[in-house]
Design a protein around this ligand. Sequence first.
Ligand code: PMP
Ligand code: GLN
Length: 382
Amino acid sequence: LLSPDGVVAATIFAEMSALASRTDAINLGQGFPDEDGPAEVLEAAMQAIADGVNQYPPGPGMPVLREAIARHQRRWYGIEADAASEVLVTAGATEALAATILALVDDGDEVVTFEPSYDAYAALIARAGGVHRTVPLRFPDWRPDPDELTAAIGPRTRLVIVNTPHNPTGAVLDRDTLGLVVELAERHDAIIVTDEVYEHLVFDGTHVPIAALPGARERTVTISSGGKTFSTTGWKVGWLVAPAHLVTAILAVKQYLTYVNGAPFQPAIAAGLDLPDHVFADAAANLRAKRDVLAAGLVAAGFEISLPAAGYFIVADAAPLGFDDGAELCRRLPDLAGVVGVPISAFVHPERRDATRSLVRFAFCKRLEVLQDASERLAALG
Ligand code: PMP
Ligand code: GLN
């Protein structure tokens, strides 16, 4: 997190987006769409601004959004949540993760995640003084070994962080794995934190929210965000759903992080959450077509890929092209092919990077013509 001279390192996403703009390369690094989402959501924000919804919203979020989040959990997953005491609006899923980890992890507490994992987890666990234990997911099917999962969770485990659909791999965790997490969390009295920001962007299989499994609801903090579902990553409206005593503890930290955020965007995301099913299905279908174009391009260029079941990203192995070091390839890729990707090493602890050394993550949440252009450029690597 900190370099030896105490300077905070830039995230890999900031570094790679800067590289893309410096070199004029196609940016398939940081995951953000290049098209707007549903017009109803955009118009609701403009209307809210015009209506004067421009001052601090209430600390836990605007009731209209908290109620829409509770309705969303019931409608899609049959999960009941009390909007007034069990739902908290946050500045993106990022703040939900930060406030949860800072509130619940004390010095020396163990926090278990799968690995690779979204970069914020390791940084926040370290910031909270926690000890990070990991369970490997292996290319190309990313299925965790139940024995390794069982060995990682023990009496010192405070949190188990699950992320499904998963960034960077695009894997959707199956019911058996999630069931085992619940069983182990119950056995060792650990809290489950689940990051489900890609919940509606599933192409193969179905998203199973872990809080819907028997025994999970009372020990689970479910985190999501409007950013991915409605292509509004810059709005930073996220949320969490958890038992009231956990919401109270997390809110105590959250109030001194941002206090509140995004007043006019909150009713707009609420409007989005109430949109009919086909809007959600269309978003996934559009993204699936994009996945297929980039997947074909990467394979034609000579990469070995893991076809993602969900999300924004494809992980590709550059070893068949003669590149053993994904981080080095990512630094050279703008010159070699005019494209930017992110090395999987950024999602793995430095001591364990060997197994994933030649892997690179490419985002496909881009217009089809951009993906076609990127595919043609990558063909130059062969
Ligand atoms: N978790 C995961 C797995 C993500 O991919 C992202 C966004 N890249 C976030 C959390 C952060 O979401 P937000 O932008 O809503 O803070
Ligand atoms: N979630 C996005 C990604 O994985 C963006 C993350 C960020 O910019 N912090 O690329």
